[in-house]
Write a protein that binds this ligand. Structure first.
Ligand code: 13P
Ligand code: SF4
Length: 338
């Protein structure tokens, strides 16, 4: 019954072909304001909180109760009093929320919202890799599955990786997975050599040197700000490197008026909102394609958020043994990072 007044508006969005075989009818625009209102009232009824990552669509960022980077979202998920968490991000993030808050219902608007880093690090292959390095301290970037987290000694995010690696005793060899680009950047920041799993983010790997050079020529005064998932070649051009929220706060504190943004452009929405007089320039993907936009993150839509609140699905569920094993390195991260 709850859904009866809501569903017709979603139905309007379906692509359909006109009876005349020559004519394709474009989807009728959904009434976004009405959908937003329905989301708001359902959140109250369900005692639900919407957590969103900066790479989400602007419409989702607008309805979220909290927007953050992976570390901040984990902290929020652990602390919330809500009974339902609608996680607008990718699967590993929603899974982390469930690991931290097992008694809460955690739903993700689109269950196919995965992550190339997580996909490239299958549980069994990772187990074999760790077995080859039995004396290593295993640090996994949060962008991995619960099963990989369960095999790790410590979890990190891009905002605390350097700080955490520095805390590992010098004589202890480190295995770092699954992002080799983040791993190399951490190596340069800490002077620690690590054994790296060879994974990478499909979005950050699409940026190329030529595009940055062109932007730098056209905007010589601009600061280049980059996420550490970018390749080493590109990071050489960066004036500042950090997680999404660190990039956001740098864009506020820097006296620069122009920024070339080397990460998924979803973050620019908040940058622009917080700094209306500054200019933010996204770096295009190769050949100007849309591949600088994370295809996984953008599977979530406003309509799917509404649908997930109506049906309280797709729900994240986890094997309790894996959850408990994954919880320990996450808790360690939360207690060790500032
Ligand atoms: P942040 O932790 O910096 O938000 O990064 C998450 C992510 O997936 C970047 O691609
Ligand atoms: Fe994963 Fe890259 Fe998308 Fe982040 S941007 S969620 S690392 S695929």
């Amino acid at each position: 019954m709850l859904g009866a007044s809501i569903m017709p508006q979603i139905a309007q969005k379906k692509l359909y072909t006109a009876e005349s075989t020559h004519q394709t009818v474009l989807p009728a625009p959904i009434n976004q304001e009405a959908v937003k209102e329905q989301i708001k009232s359902l959140c109250k009824k369900r005692n639900a909180v919407i957590l969103a990552h900066y790479y989400q669509d602007e419409l989702i960022q607008d309805i979220a109760h909290f927007i953050g980077d992976s570390l901040e979202l984990s902290r929020k998920a652990a602390a919330t009093n809500a009974e339902v968490i609608v996680f607008c991000g990718v699967h590993f993030m929603a899974e982390t929320a469930k690991i931290l808050s097992p008694d809460k219902k955690v739903v993700i608007p689109d269950v196919n919202a995965g992550c190339s880093l997580s996909n490239e690090c299958p549980e069994e292959d990772f187990r074999k890799f760790c077995e080859k390095h039995p004396d290593h301290f295993v640090i996994s970037y949060i962008n991995c599955s619960a099963a990989v987290k369960a095999q790790s000694d410590l979890i990190c995010t891009s905002s605390n990786a350097v700080e955490l690696v520095k805390q590992v005793p010098k004589e202890m060899p480190i295995l770092f997975a699954p992002d080799k680009n983040l791993g190399r950047w951490v190596e340069r920041q800490t002077g620690r050599k690590m054994t790296l799993w060879p994974g990478s983010c499909m979005v950050h790997e699409t940026f190329n040197e030529e595009a940055i050079l062109k932007l730098k020529i056209n905007h010589p005064e601009a600061d280049v700000i980059a996420h550490p998932e970018c390749t080493e070649v590109l990071l050489q051009y960066a004036d500042f490197i950090g997680s999404t929220s660190k990039l956001l706060s740098y864009s506020q504190s820097s006296s620069s008026e122009e920024f070339i943004v080397l990460t998924e452009p979803g973050i620019i929405y908040q940058m622009q909102k917080n700094n209306p007089l500054k200019t933010f320039i996204p770096v295009p993907g190769i050949d100007g394609c849309n591949c600088n936009i994370c295809p996984y993150m953008r599977l979530n839509t406003l309509e799917k958020v509404l649908q997930s609140l109506i049906s309280l699905s797709p729900e994240i569920s986890l094997n309790e043994q894996i959850r408990l094993k994954a919880l320990s390195p996450i808790n360690k991260m939360l207690s060790l990072s500032a």
